[in-house]
Design a protein. Structure first.
Length: 196
């Protein structure tokens, strides 16, 4: 067996198109981790990130005779990006997606101020429509990291009331952020470019 670690991506791709499984394994070993970390950072879901990267590699192997790959690394990153966007569209109806959106950090806002500030302003407008008690509960949960029990104790209300208020808040965020979904995808694209 050749030492594929010394091969360029172009050389490896040439071997892969000739059904060389060892060359494919070398590409997998070269790029799997960085693609996985990228997908995990975008999706905040280790299992989904792993599935996406595995699917990209499986598809590449199955379609090795059909696809035209000019730059292997760029092809792999683009394929993972496409799968990330597809996964995010599917997650759009999932409460966790909006929880992640509500957690946009000030650190990220500093990296791409205009795009992030616009997205954050949409979120803040939604939060501003909440009644004061709901806004306080949501803030304690998301900003302070308090448990529902801790919030209930502090506010002197039941845990069920806290759960209901958080659920209502996430529903309102889901509805209010629908119009900002294309902007969110753009922000994710900016993040991906910054991580390259």
């Amino acid at each position: 067996m050749s030492d594929y670690n010394t091969y360029t991506d172009d050389q490896l791709w040439s071997q892969i198109t000739l059904d060389d499984q060892d060359a494919f394994t070398a590409v997998y070993n070269r790029y799997w981790k960085v693609l996985y970390v990228r997908a995990r950072n975008v999706l905040s879901d280790s299992d989904l990130a792993e599935d996406i990267v595995q699917e990209v590699f499986i598809s590449l192997w199955h379609r090795r005779q059909e696809v035209e790959v000019i730059h292997l690394k760029a092809y792999l990153f683009q394929a993972v990006r496409f799968q990330e966007l597809k996964a995010l569209r599917n997650l759009k109806s999932d409460t966790n997606f909006y929880e992640r959106l509500a957690h946009i950090s000030k650190d990220l806002l500093q990296h791409e101020p205009l795009a992030f500030k616009e997205l954050d302003s949409v979120l803040q407008r939604v939060l501003a429509t909440f009644p004061e008690d709901q806004r306080a509960i949501f803030s304690m949960s998301r900003d302070e990291g308090l448990t529902y029990r801790e919030i209930a104790d502090r506010m002197e209300i039941s845990v069920k009331t806290v759960e209901k208020k958080i659920s209502q808040a996430l529903g309102a965020i889901r509805k209010g952020m629908d119009s900002a979904f294309p902007l969110l995808l753009g922000v994710i694209a900016v993040l991906e470019q910054n991580n390259n």
